[in-house]
Design a protein around this ligand. Structure first.
Ligand code: OAD
Length: 250
């Protein structure tokens, strides 16, 4: 039986408000209302490059200047963006539930800026840099909010070699601590997946793992994804709309 949106929002609010352990997995759709372009829906491609052709170690090895120009373009557009109501509701929940965990694939830092406690970043941060040659003197990543570097690639302050964005690229491993945190977080009463096409693993596997470990699974996405049919509750609304209406019911 097809349920109405109101009914689905009521059910989601009930399940979330009675949960002891809440896990949320987010993707680019949660930042769409802040003006951050999604990956696979982007119509305003930078110089007509596909992200999959720039966000790789091979692209950086071949042409670090072009990869850095793309990251500077993204850093400058994200610097002007603010957290939206979806980020805010999730931040409120992170303080309301003693056992709340948010795992994001987003590199924009908007969950942290909204004040969300306990964020695990699967793909790093666009505001971090790392030494491209992994020199012994440099920490794994360091924070740098420069938008226009005087020269590209910017130098590693420790060895003077090239620095790269401190993000996880296609073909690279997710940080081990993020994988461990996600495994722990998949043992929860409710797992909510918001604004991701769920095409990139292992992030897409967290909600499925949570479901098979007994969690009620909820998806919030205006479009159908590969996971939609497997969810207990699928809410086909933008993140801001859905999360705001759920929060009002709680
Ligand atoms: P995608 O661009 O693949 O998917 C964005 C999802 O957000 C789509 O399913 C949209 O339907 C949905 N969406 C759009 N607007 C929305 C809104 N207002 N509210 C809710 N949902 C909305 O982005 P991700 O799934 O985040 O990885 O992509 C995952 C990873 O693939 C990224 O972290 C990145 C990318 O390539 C790396 O860079 C390694």
């Amino acid at each position: 039986m097809k349920r109405s949106i109101e009914d689905l929002l009521d059910r989601a609010a009930h399940v979330i408000s009675t949960a002891r352990t809440v896990t949320v997995v987010t993707g680019a759709g949660v930042s769409a209302a802040s003006g951050v372009p999604t990956f696979r829906g982007a119509t305003d491609l930078w110089k007509s490059f596909r992200p999959e052709d720039l966000a790789t170690p091979e692209a950086f090895a071949r042409d670090p200047g072009t990869v850095w120009e793309w990251y500077q373009w993204r850093r400058s557009s994200i610097a002007d963006c603010r957290p939206n109501r979806a980020h805010e509701v999730l931040a409120v929940w992170s303080r309301r539930y003693p056992r709340f965990h948010l795992i994001t694939q987003n590199v924009d830092g908007l969950h942290e800026r909204a004040g969300t406690a306990d964020v695990t970043r699967f793909h790093g941060s666009i505001w971090d840099l790392q030494c491209a040659v992994a020199c012994a003197g440099a920490p794994r990543t360091w924070s740098d909010h420069t938008v226009e570097f005087p020269r590209l690639p910017p130098p590693c302050p420790h060895c003077g070699g090239p620095a790269r964005p401190g993000v996880v690229w296609f073909g690279e491993a997710i940080p081990a601590e993020a994988i461990i945190a996600a495994h722990r977080a998949s043992l929860c009463d409710v797992c909510i997946v918001v604004g991701t096409s769920s095409q990139v693993y292992p992030a897409a596997g967290i909600v499925t793992a949570a479901g098979s470990r007994g969690a009620t699974t909820i998806e919030i996405n205006p479009e159908t994804t590969a996971l939609t049919r497997a969810m207990d509750i699928s809410i086909a609304l933008p993140a801001v709309d859905a999360l705001d209406r759920i929060e009002w019911r709680m």
